[in-house]
Design a protein. Sequence first.
Length: 762
Amino acid sequence: MADFCAKLEVHIMEQVYVVMLVVLAILAMLDLVVGVSNDAVNFLNSSIGSKAISFRTTMIVASLGVAIGALFSSGMMEIARSGIFVPSMFSFHDVMLIFLAVMITDILLLDVFNSMGLPTSTTVSIIFELLGAAVCLALYKIYMQGDGFDTLGTYINTEKASNIVTSILLSVLLSFGIGSFVQYISRLIFTFQYQKRVKYIGSLFGGIAITAISFFILVKGLKGVSFIDKETSSWIDSHQLLIIGINFIFFTVLSQVLITFFKVNILRVIIIVGTFALALAFAGNDLVNFIGVPIAAFNSYQIYSSSGLPGNELMMGALANDNIVAPFYFLAFAGLIMVVTLWTSKKAKSVIETGVNLSRQGDGVEKFSPNTLSRFIVRGGVYLGQGINYFLPQSIQLKIDKQFEKPELKGKKRKDEPAFDMVRASVNLMVASILISIGTSLQLPLSTTYVTFMVAMGTSFADRAWDRESAVYRVAGVFNVIGGWFVTAIVAFTGAFIMAFILKTGEVYAFVGLIVLLAIFLYRSARRHTKKKTEEESLVKFKREDIVTINEIVNESSEQIAHVIAATNKLYSDVVDNLGLQDLAKLKENKKTLKKLEKEVDELKSNVYYFIKNLDETSVEASKFYIMILGYLQDMIQSLAFITQNSYSHINNNHKQLKFNQIRDLKTIDNDIENLFSKLEFIFENKSFERLDEVIVEKSAILENVSELIQKQITRIRTVETSPKNSKLYFGLLLETNDLIKATMNLLELFKEFTMHEKTKK
């Protein structure tokens, strides 16, 4: 009977391991999606930001690089099997738990970063997840066996993790500094009006850039691929200078031929080749970050199946065998998923937008808010610049400034302009390729994400993209991203540690529970991101900058008014209802809604400069009208903000509830406002401006109602009212409602007067 139970238990565990493998395969596909969404920023930013080639061509080039890199990346999978932990110290059962903990944590972590639109390192995340999960199970084994904690070193390869931490600092400092220096020199040579100079010195620049990128393909992009044998790889390593010299001569001559005889823009060629190279390197080397763990689990299961031993007894020393390679069909399928994700992922676009936004050559709406550190650094930079200018001769300053003069782009709308030009895009790709090639040759574990991002930040800084208008926001953004990188390591380690502990103690029940929770999280995350993108798209429509005629101004401002009035109407009613019900949670949601509305109107005001610049000569007089419209919208939002925030504070501070009569009176005013604003929404949405008079005549009646309610409250205080806090809130709500109505009516009267004036002119 005991033998039968033991065999039954072994059989059940075999089935559980098969299920684990299937789940790991599904997690691998999910990890590919979230991983590519984050790492796409590494090789797409320069091409998309410069608009050197069409988006479609960029995606085709990147897809080819990803597909080729994925097919020949089998030599890089050993890091998941034995790079972090010592497999001979763990059983098959423990190894499967480690791999599950790593994959669950990785998907959660990368999805969070993607949702925030922040690039992070998938290499750092996978290494620290492996480290966290392995440390957890190692400590568990040490505790159960009664060993000392000094034996932890026999379970873990700590050298790899320490190298990664060092690489973070190296990547950040070297990439930013060298990127800044090379871009500064390149801009002095080419200027922003680079088209003429490219004809004469473009071949030399092309020779250097394409040589750097092609060498990068050899030493990084094709490192460890299956079709290059060890002898060829050794020959490449020992003849690097010869390869560089021959390539430089060849590509310089080729660049000159392309420029002279075929009239090819060599900068565009550099960007195409560089995009392909970085995509190739990403797939060839970073694929291990997404499918290395599931493939290691598959290899482990093969070892387990052939051993005949129970999972708890089989030690996994064989997993460290260098002869184990990833099956080709796994790599091909992974490459297909990566390419499809590249074309379809909305979160990839969010991450790319962050990099492009922080490095763009113009100002505009900034994604990040300034902080004390960014202000301090920018202020220090300003003082340093003033000190240098004090000692630098005026003539040299003028010459340098002339090289940085930007041409005025005519005939292009702001949204169609590239974020930066092709000179900077070429430098981004060239410098990133050189740094990663050198790091690989010196066996320094530089992160591709860190290098490409910080090079882009360095070149934008040197290109004077971070001026007094935008520097404080850009610096804050860079620090947010860098802070996220360090958080990645900490969260990855901690998250995987916790996941491994839950799986070890909860076994099958924990496994099922965590998978269900992961599915729920990803579903909700996708919904939240879709909602967020929809709001952002509506906001883009809401803040058009390409208005040029008076008719467009009237139409655009009427759409904006309709939007604000509809949002104000709903929010006012919600606040009154939630105040009466004392629903703190919903009042908190009302505050979030208010914040979005405030941001929308604030961004409209931020775009006034571009709005006025874009107007044609016959429409300039309408600028004042538009500015005053925005002013009245701002007044309406300020009144609504007071009502929302004070209602929330009153309930949050647990003050006495408003009396039934007070709530009833507020609902009376709410009904009046709802009726008024519904009419206005219809008028402005349908451009039925002739009906404005019908609404304006209601002004006196509504204001009179508010005045009567104020008098009623005065009477209550003299008779039955006993709460000073209630009186303060109630008077505040009525007075701000009064201001809200006045601001709305002032806006209507202005709009009516302007439209009648324009009609008279015609």
